[in-house]
Design a binder for this molecule. Structure first.
Ligand code: MG
Length: 250
């Protein structure tokens, strides 16, 4: 069931979203060769807690950290670790949620570690741009399929593939709510978007096959062919004045 949010609820979600975005940016600035993913996770947890919020992911379904940090061929749900030291040329996807006064904000970004290859940079650029193509369709009266189609078309036109096993989602008092927001779709199909809906749009775009597999730790999700993947996400409110990015820094 899709839960519509009131204007005051959306204002609370904006505050949660701002904290999650600032935590993400803080971690992004710290991405450099020699840093462990555990250190990034610690920065994120400390920042969120200092704001009086809680990291949405910590303990979620048993997840052991405050952020998912997914390097190179890891698509999503990478578990931060002291043993994982970032190398020059890595691409680092960081996914962060913060919960403030009972409402969540959820966002992700893929950062370059040092000097990345032209191919890696192009994948990151296309995934970020695909996210904004999707956001532009998050307009009352459109349908869920319009968002997915925009993302899919943008990525596939550049010979990338769209992960299908994981999708975006509603956000609210729960981190994951209805509806599902796939990064693929048919224009004019699916649930109609209404003011008060809050959704996370989060393209996961692969260099090679769209297929992924989950490792034995039951979290870490990797590309089936070992090629790179990028992930960008914002939490968006659908309003009568168009899409509003709740996970923006100011
Ligand atoms: Mg999400």
């Amino acid at each position: 069931m899709v839960i519509l949010k009131t204007v005051p609820e959306i204002a609370k979600m904006r505050a949660a979203g701002r904290i999650s975005q600032r935590a993400l940016q803080l971690a992004g600035k710290a991405v450099e060769p020699g840093v462990s993913t555990y250190e990034l996770d610690t920065l994120i947890r400390q920042y969120i807690e200092k704001q009086g919020a809680t990291p949405s992911f910590l303990g979620y379904g048993g997840f052991p950290a405050s952020a998912c940090i997914s390097v190179n061929h890891v698509v999503i749900h990478g578990i931060p670790s002291k043993a994982q030291i970032l190398q020059n040329g890595d691409i680092v996807s960081i996914d962060v949620g913060a919960c403030l006064e009972g409402y969540h904000g959820d966002n992700a970004w893929t950062f370059a570690c040092g000097d990345v290859s032209k191919e890696a940079q192009a994948l990151m650029d296309a995934t970020r741009e695909a996210l904004f193509e999707g956001i532009a369709q998050a307009v009352a009266g459109n349908r869920i399929g319009d968002i997915g189609h925009a993302v899919q078309q943008y990525a596939e036109a550049r010979s990338y593939s769209v992960v299908r096993d994981f999708v975006g989602h509603g956000v609210g008092a729960k981190l994951h709510e209805d509806p599902s927001v796939p990064n693929y779709g048919i224009p004019g199909h699916g649930l109609r978007l209404r003011p008060g809906m809050v959704i996370a749009i989060e393209p996961m775009i692969n260099q090679g096959t769209p297929r992924v597999r989950v490792l034995k730790d039951k979290w870490t999700t990797v590309t089936a062919d070992g090629l790179l993947s990028a992930h960008f996400e914002h939490t968006i409110a659908i309003t009568s004045n168009g899409p509003v990015i709740l996970t923006s820094p100011d």
